[in-house]
Design a protein around this ligand. Structure first.
Ligand SMILES: O=C(CO)[C@H](O)[C@H](O)COP(=O)(O)O
Length: 265
C-alpha cells in the first residue's frame, strides 16, 4: 500500500531533506518524474547506517541517493561509509561528494546496494542497464546482503520486456553483428528486434566502462520463462552479461503521485 507523502514528510523530520525535496513534497500536484526519483532515493538512504559498505548505483535515480549519502556524510550524520561504485560516472560523482571509495577486490561483501531500474515486475525481477552499466551493477549488487531498488511508478510492468523498451545485453565488440543476429534469432517467436546501441544520433557504437558494446533487444510479446531466457542468452559466446536481474532485489521502493510504497521480498 502506498504511504501518502504527508506521512513520508513526517518521517523525514529526523533528517530533514534538502530544500528542493521539501518544496516538492508539500506540493504533490506538481511532482515531476525527477521529484519522484528523488523521493524514492531519499527513502532508501534512510536504511544506510554508519560503518556500512555500500553499493552505489548508476542513473538518474541512483544519483540522488549518492548525493544524499554525500550530504549526510558532510553533516556528520553518517560516518565510516565505504562506497563501491557501479560505473565511472558514479565513481566521479561519489568522489566529488566526499564518499570514500573501494572495490569488490578489497570489499567482497557489500552491506547494502541502492540502485534504480528500468523495469520492475510483480516478483521484483528487474530489467537494468539502459544506462549501460549492467555488468558492474550485477557484480556489485550480486555481492550485497541487501539490494534496495528505487523507482518512480512508471517503471512497474506486468512482465519483463513489457514496457516495449530495450532489454540490454552487453557483448564483446568482436563480430558484434553475428552475436546480435543470434540474439534476435533466439527470440524470433517473441518478435524480437536486436539493435546495437549507438551514441545519440550517430553511428558510433556506445562503449561500456568495460570496453564492450550493448545490443538492445525489443520484444513484441512476452519472451516466456525468465530463467530459460537468461540461461539461453548467457550460453551464447560473445555475450558478457544481460540486463535481467532475477531474484536479486530484496526491496523495491516505488514513488508515485499518491505516495511512496515499499515492497519487500
Ligand atoms: O541500470 C541502470 C544503468 O545501467 C539504471 O539503474 C537504470 O537504467 C535506471 O536509470 P534511471 O534511474 O536513470 O531511470
Amino acid at each position: 500500500m502506498a504511504i501518502p507523502y504527508p506521512h513520508f514528510i513526517a518521517s523525514e523530520k529526523a533528517a530533514p531533506p534538502s530544500s528542493s525535496l521539501a518544496a516538492v513534497a508539500t506540493s504533490p500536484a506538481i511532482l515531476t518524474q525527477d521529484d519522484l526519483k528523488k523521493i524514492a532515493a531519499y527513502k532508501a538512504v534512510e536504511s544506510v547506517q554508519s560503518g556500512m559498505v555500500l553499493g552505489l548505483g548508476t542513473g538518474s535515480t541512483a544519483r540522488h541517493a549518492v548525493a544524499r549519502i554525500g550530504e549526510l556524510l558532510s553533516q556528520g550524520k553518517l560516518t565510516n561509509i565505504i562506497g563501491i561504485p557501479t560505473s565511472k560516472v558514479t565513481h566521479d560523482q561519489a568522489l566529488a561528494a566526499g564518499i570514500p571509495l573501494s572495490d569488490l577486490d578489497s570489499h567482497p561483501v557489500v552491506d547494502l546496494a541502492i540502485d534504480g531500474a528500468d523495469e520492475v515486475d510483480p516478483y521484483l525481477n528487474l530489467v537494468k542497464g539502459r544506462g549501460g552499466s549492467l555488468l558492474r551493477e550485477k557484480m556489485v549488487e550480486g555481492a550485497c546482503k541487501r539490494f534496495v531498488v528505487i523507482v518512480d511508478d512508471s517503471k512497474l510492468v506486468t512482465h519483463l520486456g513489457g514496457s516495449g523498451l530495450a532489454m540490454p545485453v552487453e557483448i564483446v565488440p568482436f563480430c558484434w553483428k553475428f552475436t546480435a543476429s543470434r540474439l534476435q534469432k533466439m527470440f524470433e517467436d517473441s518478435g524480437c528486434v536486436a539493435k546495437l546501441r549507438t551514441l545519440g544520433g550517430i553511428d558510433e557504437p556506445f562503449v561500456t566502462d568495460n570496453g564492450n558494446y550493448v545490443v538492445d533487444l525489443y520484444f513484441k510479446s512476452s519472451f516466456g520463462d525468465l530463467k530459460v531466457a537468461s540461461d539461453g542468452i548467457l550460453r551464447l559466446p560473445g555475450v558478457v552479461e544481460h540486463g535481467m536481474f532475477l531474484d536479486m532485489a530484496t526491496t523495491v521502493i516505488v514513488a508515485g503521485e499518491l505516495g511512496v510504497s515499499v515492497k519487500n521480498k
